[in-house]
Design a protein. Structure first.
Length: 232
Protein backbone atom coordinates (compact mmCIF):
# COMPACT_ATOMS: atom_id res chain seq x y z
CA UNK A 1 0.00 0.00 0.00
CA UNK A 2 1.37 3.30 -0.97
CA UNK A 3 1.75 6.13 1.48
CA UNK A 4 -0.95 8.05 -0.28
CA UNK A 5 -3.42 5.21 0.01
CA UNK A 6 -2.55 4.68 3.64
CA UNK A 7 -3.01 8.37 4.42
CA UNK A 8 -6.33 8.41 2.58
CA UNK A 9 -7.54 5.33 4.45
CA UNK A 10 -6.54 6.86 7.75
CA UNK A 11 -8.43 10.00 6.93
CA UNK A 12 -11.52 7.95 6.10
CA UNK A 13 -11.19 6.03 9.32
CA UNK A 14 -10.75 9.27 11.27
CA UNK A 15 -13.79 10.72 9.58
CA UNK A 16 -15.79 7.61 10.27
CA UNK A 17 -14.65 7.56 13.89
CA UNK A 18 -15.52 11.23 14.31
CA UNK A 19 -18.91 10.65 12.79
CA UNK A 20 -19.38 7.69 15.09
CA UNK A 21 -18.39 9.76 18.10
CA UNK A 22 -20.71 12.55 17.09
CA UNK A 23 -23.50 10.08 16.65
CA UNK A 24 -22.77 8.63 20.05
CA UNK A 25 -22.83 12.10 21.53
CA UNK A 26 -26.12 12.88 19.78
CA UNK A 27 -27.60 9.58 20.85
CA UNK A 28 -26.42 10.18 24.41
CA UNK A 29 -27.91 13.66 24.54
CA UNK A 30 -31.21 12.40 23.16
CA UNK A 31 -31.20 9.51 25.56
CA UNK A 32 -30.43 11.90 28.39
CA UNK A 33 -33.20 14.22 27.28
CA UNK A 34 -35.67 11.39 27.10
CA UNK A 35 -34.56 10.09 30.47
CA UNK A 36 -34.89 13.56 31.95
CA UNK A 37 -38.33 13.92 30.37
CA UNK A 38 -39.38 10.57 31.79
CA UNK A 39 -38.08 11.57 35.22
CA UNK A 40 -39.91 14.89 35.00
CA UNK A 41 -43.19 13.21 34.03
CA UNK A 42 -42.78 10.67 36.80
CA UNK A 43 -42.02 13.42 39.31
CA UNK A 44 -45.07 15.38 38.17
CA UNK A 45 -47.26 12.30 38.47
CA UNK A 46 -45.90 11.55 41.92
CA UNK A 47 -46.40 15.20 42.96
CA UNK A 48 -49.99 15.19 41.64
CA UNK A 49 -50.70 11.92 43.42
CA UNK A 50 -49.22 13.19 46.68
CA UNK A 51 -51.20 16.41 46.33
CA UNK A 52 -54.40 14.41 45.87
CA UNK A 53 -53.50 12.25 48.86
CA UNK A 54 -52.72 15.36 50.92
CA UNK A 55 -56.03 16.98 49.92
CA UNK A 56 -57.92 13.78 50.76
CA UNK A 57 -56.15 13.55 54.13
CA UNK A 58 -56.89 17.23 54.82
CA UNK A 59 -60.58 16.67 54.01
CA UNK A 60 -60.63 13.61 56.28
CA UNK A 61 -59.01 15.55 59.11
CA UNK A 62 -61.43 18.46 58.65
CA UNK A 63 -64.43 16.08 58.57
CA UNK A 64 -63.20 14.30 61.70
CA UNK A 65 -62.61 17.63 63.45
CA UNK A 66 -66.08 18.84 62.44
CA UNK A 67 -67.67 15.62 63.69
CA UNK A 68 -65.77 15.91 66.98
CA UNK A 69 -66.79 19.56 67.26
CA UNK A 70 -70.44 18.61 66.79
CA UNK A 71 -70.12 15.90 69.42
CA UNK A 72 -68.48 18.30 71.88
CA UNK A 73 -71.09 20.96 71.15
CA UNK A 74 -73.98 18.53 71.60
CA UNK A 75 -72.46 17.13 74.80
CA UNK A 76 -71.77 20.61 76.16
CA UNK A 77 -75.31 21.79 75.40
CA UNK A 78 -76.74 18.69 77.06
CA UNK A 79 -74.58 19.28 80.12
CA UNK A 80 -75.63 22.93 80.20
CA UNK A 81 -79.31 22.00 79.97
CA UNK A 82 -78.91 19.49 82.78
CA UNK A 83 -77.01 22.05 84.84
CA UNK A 84 -79.74 24.62 84.13
CA UNK A 85 -82.41 22.16 85.21
CA UNK A 86 -80.53 21.31 88.42
CA UNK A 87 -79.87 24.99 89.10
CA UNK A 88 -83.52 25.81 88.58
CA UNK A 89 -84.57 22.99 90.89
CA UNK A 90 -82.19 24.16 93.60
CA UNK A 91 -83.29 27.75 93.09
CA UNK A 92 -86.94 26.76 93.41
CA UNK A 93 -86.20 24.89 96.62
CA UNK A 94 -84.17 27.80 98.00
CA UNK A 95 -86.85 30.36 97.14
CA UNK A 96 -89.63 28.24 98.59
CA UNK A 97 -87.66 27.65 101.78
CA UNK A 98 -86.81 31.33 102.08
CA UNK A 99 -90.41 32.35 101.42
CA UNK A 100 -91.70 29.78 103.85
CA UNK A 101 -89.29 31.02 106.50
CA UNK A 102 -90.29 34.65 105.94
CA UNK A 103 -94.00 33.80 106.20
CA UNK A 104 -93.40 31.57 109.20
CA UNK A 105 -91.50 34.26 111.08
CA UNK A 106 -94.13 36.88 110.24
CA UNK A 107 -97.02 34.59 111.26
CA UNK A 108 -95.27 33.58 114.47
CA UNK A 109 -94.53 37.20 115.34
CA UNK A 110 -98.18 38.20 114.90
CA UNK A 111 -99.57 35.13 116.65
CA UNK A 112 -97.37 35.83 119.66
CA UNK A 113 -98.71 39.37 119.87
CA UNK A 114 -101.32 39.42 122.63
CA UNK A 115 -103.45 42.19 121.13
CA UNK A 116 -103.49 40.67 117.64
CA UNK A 117 -104.23 37.19 119.01
CA UNK A 118 -107.18 38.19 121.17
CA UNK A 119 -108.71 40.24 118.37
CA UNK A 120 -108.35 37.26 116.06
CA UNK A 121 -109.89 34.87 118.59
CA UNK A 122 -112.82 37.20 119.17
CA UNK A 123 -113.37 37.55 115.42
CA UNK A 124 -113.31 33.77 114.93
CA UNK A 125 -115.73 33.10 117.77
CA UNK A 126 -118.08 35.88 116.72
CA UNK A 127 -118.08 34.77 113.09
CA UNK A 128 -118.94 31.27 114.21
CA UNK A 129 -121.77 32.62 116.34
CA UNK A 130 -123.16 34.62 113.42
CA UNK A 131 -122.97 31.64 111.09
CA UNK A 132 -124.62 29.21 113.49
CA UNK A 133 -126.70 31.29 115.89
CA UNK A 134 -128.80 28.36 117.07
CA UNK A 135 -125.87 26.34 118.32
CA UNK A 136 -124.73 26.56 121.91
CA UNK A 137 -121.64 24.34 121.64
CA UNK A 138 -118.77 24.93 123.98
CA UNK A 139 -115.85 26.48 122.12
CA UNK A 140 -112.55 25.27 123.49
CA UNK A 141 -109.59 27.47 122.67
CA UNK A 142 -106.18 25.97 123.20
CA UNK A 143 -103.22 28.34 123.65
CA UNK A 144 -99.76 28.16 125.06
CA UNK A 145 -99.85 28.25 128.85
CA UNK A 146 -98.21 31.68 129.05
CA UNK A 147 -100.69 33.16 126.56
CA UNK A 148 -103.63 31.49 128.34
CA UNK A 149 -102.67 33.22 131.58
CA UNK A 150 -102.45 36.58 129.80
CA UNK A 151 -105.82 36.20 128.09
CA UNK A 152 -107.86 34.62 130.90
CA UNK A 153 -109.18 37.88 132.32
CA UNK A 154 -109.86 39.23 128.84
CA UNK A 155 -111.79 36.12 127.78
CA UNK A 156 -114.28 36.45 130.65
CA UNK A 157 -115.90 39.51 129.11
CA UNK A 158 -114.63 39.35 125.57
CA UNK A 159 -117.75 37.83 124.08
CA UNK A 160 -120.26 40.05 125.84
CA UNK A 161 -120.36 42.67 123.10
CA UNK A 162 -122.72 43.80 120.31
CA UNK A 163 -120.59 42.17 117.61
CA UNK A 164 -121.59 38.69 118.70
CA UNK A 165 -125.21 37.72 118.08
CA UNK A 166 -125.22 35.54 121.15
CA UNK A 167 -123.09 34.65 124.10
CA UNK A 168 -121.15 31.47 123.51
CA UNK A 169 -119.45 29.47 126.21
CA UNK A 170 -115.71 29.75 125.67
CA UNK A 171 -113.10 27.80 127.57
CA UNK A 172 -109.37 28.47 127.44
CA UNK A 173 -106.77 25.68 127.68
CA UNK A 174 -103.01 26.05 127.84
CA UNK A 175 -101.57 22.89 126.25
CA UNK A 176 -100.42 24.29 122.90
CA UNK A 177 -96.64 24.15 122.57
CA UNK A 178 -96.19 27.02 120.09
CA UNK A 179 -97.63 30.34 118.98
CA UNK A 180 -101.22 30.78 117.82
CA UNK A 181 -104.25 28.81 118.98
CA UNK A 182 -106.60 25.94 118.24
CA UNK A 183 -110.32 26.13 118.61
CA UNK A 184 -112.42 23.05 119.06
CA UNK A 185 -116.09 22.57 118.38
CA UNK A 186 -118.23 19.49 118.25
CA UNK A 187 -117.40 19.25 114.54
CA UNK A 188 -113.66 19.13 115.00
CA UNK A 189 -110.53 21.19 115.61
CA UNK A 190 -109.19 24.10 113.60
CA UNK A 191 -105.57 25.18 113.91
CA UNK A 192 -104.46 28.81 113.65
CA UNK A 193 -100.71 28.35 114.06
CA UNK A 194 -97.72 29.76 112.16
CA UNK A 195 -97.48 26.51 110.20
CA UNK A 196 -101.17 26.45 109.24
CA UNK A 197 -101.05 30.13 108.27
CA UNK A 198 -98.04 29.45 106.03
CA UNK A 199 -99.87 26.51 104.45
CA UNK A 200 -102.70 28.88 103.52
CA UNK A 201 -100.55 31.81 102.40
CA UNK A 202 -97.81 29.97 100.51
CA UNK A 203 -99.98 28.93 97.53
CA UNK A 204 -101.15 32.55 97.25
CA UNK A 205 -97.57 33.73 96.89
CA UNK A 206 -96.43 30.78 94.77
CA UNK A 207 -97.69 32.19 91.44
CA UNK A 208 -95.28 35.09 91.79
CA UNK A 209 -92.49 32.70 92.71
CA UNK A 210 -93.35 30.50 89.73
CA UNK A 211 -93.30 33.53 87.45
CA UNK A 212 -89.84 34.45 88.73
CA UNK A 213 -88.65 30.88 88.24
CA UNK A 214 -90.02 30.83 84.70
CA UNK A 215 -88.01 33.95 83.85
CA UNK A 216 -84.90 32.37 85.36
CA UNK A 217 -85.57 29.15 83.45
CA UNK A 218 -85.88 31.02 80.15
CA UNK A 219 -82.56 32.75 80.75
CA UNK A 220 -80.83 29.50 81.72
CA UNK A 221 -82.20 27.72 78.65
CA UNK A 222 -81.13 30.62 76.43
CA UNK A 223 -77.61 30.43 77.81
CA UNK A 224 -77.64 26.64 77.44
CA UNK A 225 -78.64 26.87 73.77
CA UNK A 226 -75.77 29.20 72.85
CA UNK A 227 -72.59 27.75 71.38
CA UNK A 228 -69.85 27.64 74.03
CA UNK A 229 -67.06 30.12 73.44
CA UNK A 230 -64.42 27.39 73.41
CA UNK A 231 -66.10 25.33 70.67
CA UNK A 232 -65.40 26.62 67.16
Amino acid sequence: MSPQEYTKRMEVMASTLETFVERLKADGVEAGRQAAEAIRRQAEQQAAQRLQEAEAEAKRIIAAAQAEREKILARTQTELRLAARDTLHRLREALEKALQQVLLEAAERHLQDETFLRDLIREVVCQYAKADADQQDLITINLSESMRRRLTDWAIGAFHNPDCPQELPVELHGTLTGAGFEYRLSGGTVEVTPESVVDVLLPMVSPEVQKLLQEVAKELLRVGSEEPAGVR
